[in-house]
Each structure stands twice: as structure tokens, then as C-alpha cells.
Design a protein around this ligand. Structure first.
Ligand code: FE2
Length: 309
């Protein structure tokens, strides 16, 4: 199936070198055309403009603001960072797979322990089960169009493993170093696919995503998992360097959906601009694949994984 990596033995990573990420107007009903599917196979990532309306983007932003209003940053000082992480942060993070939790930016607090900016402009992200716990997020995440797109790329029994609301706030929005999402959301065989929605215009200036086209043909470089003692580790499977010189930005207007393979290498620069870059991501896996018990994200039995219906 096309959600797996290395789906096409005839093409390798170098065949996908390009300076633009393939972008299309969203297809009717979410059914990808052959051309779109081919581009996804080749580059590991496609952008679909106007997949959702600006109104539904604003609607989701509004609901996110309401959830943020209920959050008290004094209760947690957890930061999310791909460059440094402590065990206390790990626990708050690890338990968030079936909850709605808030992760602050590294630079949220000043030297006196006060937030530098508004609460909303101090957050890195919210995660990881809004799609199952909040009606507004549920409605945004489960549409016939998304179900059709998932089917188009070969999902048999797609389930939404996690949702993330990315704030990428002005001035302090942190850098995300190059990684593959299957490192964190691993199945056997690999089936993770990211469905990323721009809720606001994402540009180079405010730290849009950047991809290494065709990089999904290369091996999974790292796997993150819990050791028997509970410690979260990231094991290196392949220490060859990324071809970061091949990275291509995906500037995306609000309403754009970016679909990318779980093995597609991507990154984003820090946001030093005065504009936020809100985005919403769903990570989907196939229920037919094995889900390891040592993945960080585990669901309680009361909240089983569901698909797009
Ligand atoms: Fe990612």
C-alpha cells in the first residue's frame, strides 16, 4: 500500500530532487487523482489548496482559544523541544496520548518566571486527543473528504492516532529539527501518514514546514520508544546524514492540506516574525498494522482509536 515507504522500487531518493513541493487545488470529494497519488509516491508529500474553508479554519482557531483559556500555565511548565527534554517533561508528554494537554515554548518564561507573551502566544502545541475529546475538533477531523483522501493513498482501515494543534507563536516559535514522524508513531509495517492543515498562512517568514522531497525512500533513521524502566529513548537505526541541502519549503495558505508520508524528512525554522503560524495535524495509521506496546503514545481502553467515521 502507498502509505508504506519504499513503495516504488523503480525510483530512489535522487529521482525526486525538486525545488517545489507538488501542489494542487483540492480534488472534489477528497478523491485524489492519479497524478496526485503519483506525486505523493514520488515525493512523499503533496499540498492540496483549499481543502478546507477559511471559515472552518477560523472556527477551529476559535475553539482552540477557548481551550487555551481554560489552561493554567502555572500548573505545568512542560516545554516541548526536539533539542532538549527532561524526564518530568516526558511524563507529562507520555500521558497525553488520550488527553488534551498544553506544551509551552522553550522561551515562554522570562528570567523571573513570568510569561513573556500572552498565554496563547506562549504555547508550542496542544495534544494529543482533541479529535476524540472535543466535538469541534472531532467534526473538523472526521469528514468524508479526509476519508476519501486516506483511501486514495491506500489505507485499508485508517485510524486517527493523534491530533496536534501547533501554535508556532510570533517571536518565540521554536525550531523543529529534521525528523521523520514514523520515528515517534511507529507501526510494523510503517503506516503513519501526516495530514497537516494550515489554519493561517504559513510562509518562510513565520517558519513554514520544509521537506526533503523523496526522502521517504531512504530508511527510517531513528526510532523513539519506552524502555522497560519507562525511560523514553531515541535509538539511531541509520546514522547517514540528511540531504538538508535538498530541503524545499511548503508555503501554504490557510485551508491548505499537506499530506506527507511518515518517513518523509521535514523540519521548520524558528518563528522570529510578528505573525503566528497556527496549524492542525492528524496522524493516521492503519489498524491492520502492528502497534508496538513500547511506543510512547498509548490509549486507555475507555478511548479506543477510531477512523474517519
Ligand atoms: Fe513532524
Amino acid at each position: 500500500p502507498l502509505w508504506c515507504s519504499n513503495v516504488d522500487d523503480l525510483m530512489n531518493e535522487a529521482d525526486a530532487v525538486t525545488d517545489t513541493i507538488p501542489a494542487f487545488i483540492a480534488p472534489p470529494g477528497g478523491h485524489l487523482t492519479d497524478e496526485m497519488v503519483e506525486a505523493y509516491r514520488r515525493f512523499g508529500v503533496i499540498a492540496l489548496r483549499d481543502f478546507v474553508s477559511r471559515e472552518s479554519c477560523r472556527n477551529l482557531q476559535q475553539r482552540a482559544s477557548e481551550l487555551v483559556a481554560e489552561f493554567d500555565p502555572a500548573e505545568v511548565r512542560s516545554v516541548f523541544s526536539t533539542t532538549r527534554q527532561t524526564q518530568l517533561d516526558d511524563d507529562y508528554f507520555i500521558e497525553s496520548g488520550d488527553k488534551i494537554r498544553f506544551f509551552l515554548e522553550d522561551d515562554a518564561f522570562d528570567d523571573r518566571g513570568e510569561l513573556r507573551q500572552s498565554k496563547e502566544n506562549s504555547l508550542n502545541k496542544m495534544g494529543h486527543a482533541m479529535h476524540d475529546l472535543d466535538p469541534v475538533f472531532d467534526a473538523f477531523s472526521r469528514t468524508p473528504e479526509l476519508a476519501a483522501s486516506a483511501r486514495s493513498i491506500g489505507f485499508e482501515d485508517p485510524v486517527i492516532l493523534q491530533s496536534m494543534y501547533i501554535f508556532k507563536p510570533p517571536r518565540i516559535g521554536g525550531e523543529v529539527v529534521c525528523h521523520q514522524d514514523s520515528t515517534y508513531l511507529y507501526t510494523e509495517p510503517e503506516s503513519c501518514v501526516g495530514f497537516w492543515f494550515a489554519l493561517e498562512d504559513a510562509t518562510l517568514e513565520n517558519g513554514c514546514m520544509q521537506f526533503i522531497p523523496g526522502g521517504h525512500k531512504a530508511p527510517l533513521k531513528k526510532r523513539n520508544y519506552r524502555k522497560p524502566d519507562g525511560l523514553l529513548i531515541t535509538e539511531t537505526l541509520d546514522d547517514s546524514p540528511w540531504h538538508e541541502e535538498r530541503r524545499v519549503p511548503v508555503e501554504a495558505e490557510a485551508g491548505t492540506l499537506v499530506i506527507f508520508n511518515g518517513r518523509a524528512p521535514h523540519l521548520s525554522a524558528a518563528n522570529r516574525s510578528s505573525k503566528s503560524r497556527h496549524a492542525y495535524t492528524l496522524h493516521v495509521i492503519d489498524r491492520t498494522c502492528h502497534y508496538p506496546a513500547n511506543n510512547w503514545l498509548q490509549r486507555s481502553d475507555e478511548l479506543p482509536l477510531r477512523g474517519f467515521e
